[in-house]
Write a protein of this length. Structure first.
Length: 156
């Protein structure tokens, strides 16, 4: 069974798909729909609708306040050099998963490729203490993305 956060994310993603990649929602209305506190809406938006995952979020508080979520066009983030710079020399698991999720959602990675990358960068796989784990994760992710990107660009 999906968590409330997963349900909220799915709902907002479906709204974005139907509306042309921009939506405006009210935090209180979403909280009412999902029978949760408004802070849970904030959590979902802050963790799952990030620039790294391809979203810009604007928020206006108050009685007529809203949250506007806009999907960033994929051509702005799919350059491999920019992507590899965002990985850097060290990357936490959540950020690595955000990059993988974005590439999968933009069909740059297949579902199978994304699953393999997630397993490879998982803390359960990289049984090292920090910061070595985040350094190894960045090296693995950079190498795998460069290999996948090279394969895709030579393949088309």
């Amino acid at each position: 069974m999906k968590s409330t956060a997963d349900l909220i994310e799915t709902y907002l993603s479906e709204l974005l798909s139907r509306s042309g990649d921009v939506i405006e929602v009210q935090r209180s209305e979403l909280a009412e729909i999902f029978s949760c506190v408004p802070s849970q809406i904030n959590y979902v938006i802050a963790t799952r609708f990030t620039p790294l995952r391809g979203y810009l979020v604007e928020s206006k508080r108050g009685g007529g306040g809203y949250i506007r979520i806009r999907r960033i066009a994929s051509q702005h983030i799919n350059e491999i050099s920019q992507l590899l710079r965002s990985v850097g020399d060290s990357i936490p698991q959540k950020e690595a998963e955000g990059i993988i999720w974005r590439l999968e959602s933009d069909s740059i990675l297949s579902q199978r490729e994304a699953s393999l990358l997630r397993v490879a960068v998982s803390r359960d796989t990289l049984l090292l203490p920090l910061p070595e784990r985040d350094i190894l994760r960045a090296r693995l992710l950079s190498s795998m993305l460069a290999a996948v990107y090279g394969y895709r660009s030579n393949d088309s």
